[in-house]
Design a protein around this ligand. Structure first.
Ligand code: NAP
Ligand code: ZN
Ligand code: ZN
Length: 369
């Protein structure tokens, strides 16, 4: 027997990595305001990147989850540190990291891991991982145990396979919302091949909706923005809409009956979805990305007539998220933001509920120091 064959292979004994303390803001219950909190982050393993968080966007999903509005599907574990639109600076890399070095600007979105072996993961669609991907927050922390904590924090440690590169052409604060609002609108518009010669509707001018308008415009479609807020009309046109429809006006809605190839519904609250289905052409598709707390009633007839389709879409895979960030760098696209200190997060949530954000709150994490 050769020398090599007699060697006993080294056995890796799984052990919890060391941790360090990070500052954060957390919700202690569904009714408590967010308040200061400290949490453990793992010291980087060989494949990990440690990021000092500079900016974190405020997604309406943060509010849904902080208030446990999705309890049927993903009940919230408290304390909950939300935040999945993260941009920061790499401060440490593990010995096996290839894509990043200290000082790079990097980003993290809604997932920090997935099973990597199922058909969806192998197809680069980790957001549909059959074993469910690890949410950036309110997910199962498979390394430290307990729950994952998100980006309303001064640092995060993530396997480099789930970290995105950010071009230095992009403004880092305006880039943060691309990690959720950006990819969640980019992905369905690409999947349904929205482009020139098509009439496309975007419903709701919030964080997602305003990115939907920008991307649909950049892809060359004729873009119609539906809003409940007449005061957003001029902004919608500036962001790239060709027309704006005040959805509360039945007469205005009727003018567009049967004319849309594709509609993206990014509304966060209860609304009449049938009113939009009837605006689709034959074989048109309405894709929902908005995730209100309660189910919306759907009339069979609005679909039967015209062989119309109702679809859904969730964020995007890592490869597509990188493609989207690179597209944004090439086309000078970022989010329109209101930069806030973390101490104003509870006020920001109240404004989100009133559809009063232009068009994404982003937390300046320097305020956490
Ligand atoms: P947001 O910034 O609060 O925007 C939501 C917009 O919906 C509002 O600005 C408003 O636009 C419209 N709206 C609100 N209440 C309405 C009502 N009662 N009737 C009609 N329109 C109403 O929220 P967001 O961060 O863009 O998120 C939107 C939704 O997408 C949330 O439910 C969120 O959880 C979900 N989401 C899903 C995914 C996914 O992967 N599928 C990812 C991220 C977020 P107007 O003022 O223009 O009417
Ligand atoms: Zn989000
Ligand atoms: Zn998987």
């Amino acid at each position: 027997m050769s020398e090599a064959a007699r060697q006993i292979p080294a056995v890796e004994i799984p052990s919890k990595p060391q941790t360090f303390t990070a500052k954060a803001f957390a919700a202690r219950s569904a009714t408590n305001p967010l308040a200061p909190f400290t949490l453990p982050r793992r010291s980087p393993r060989p494949q990990d990147v440690q990021i000092e968080i500079l900016y974190c966007g405020v997604c309406h999903s943060d509010l849904h989850q902080v208030r446990n509005e999705w309890k049927e599907v993903m009940p919230t574990v408290y304390p909950c540190v939300p935040g999945h639109e993260i941009v920061g600076r790499v401060v440490k890399v593990g010995s096996a990291v290839k894509k990043f070095k200290e000082g790079d600007i990097a980003a993290v979105g809604c997932m920090v891991d997935s099973c990597r072996v199922c058909a969806s993961c192998r197809a680069g669609e980790e957001q549909y991982c059959e074993n469910f991907f690890t949410l950036t927050y309110n997910g199962e922390d498979k390394i430290l145990g307990g729950v994952t904590y998100g980006g309303y924090s001064d640092s995060i440690v993530v396997d480099e396979a789930y970290v995105l590169r950010v071009s230095n052409k992009l403004d880092p604060a305006g880039t943060a919302p691309l990690l959720c609002a950006g990819i969640t609108t980019y992905s369905p518009l690409r999947h349904w091949k929205v482009g020139r010669g098509q009439k496309v509707g975007i419903v709701g001018l919030g964080g997602l909706g305003h990115m939907g308008v920008k991307f649909a415009h950049a892809f060359g479609a004729h873009v119609v923005l539906f809003t409940t807020s007449p005061s957003k009309t001029a902004d919608a046109m500036r962001l790239g809409a060709d027309e704006v429809v005040i959805s509360k006006s039945e007469a205005e809605m009727q003018k567009h009956a049967g004319t849309f190839n594709f509609i993206l519904d990014a509304v966060s609250a209860d609304h009449d979805i049938n009113a939009y289905i009837s605006l689709l052409k034959r074989d048109g598709t309405l894709t929902r990305v908005g995730a209100p707390e309660k189910p919306l009633p759907v009339s069979a007839f609005s679909f039967l007539m015209g062989r119309r389709r109702l679809a859904g879409s969730a964020i995007g895979g890592i490869k597509e998220t990188q493609e989207m960030l690179d597209f944004c760098a090439d086309h000078d696209i970022t989010s329109d933001i209101e930069l806030i200190p973390i101490q104003r997060i509870n006020e920001a949530y109240e404004r989100l509920l009133k559809s009063d954000v232009k068009y994404r709150f982003v937390i300046d994490m320097a305020s956490l120091k």
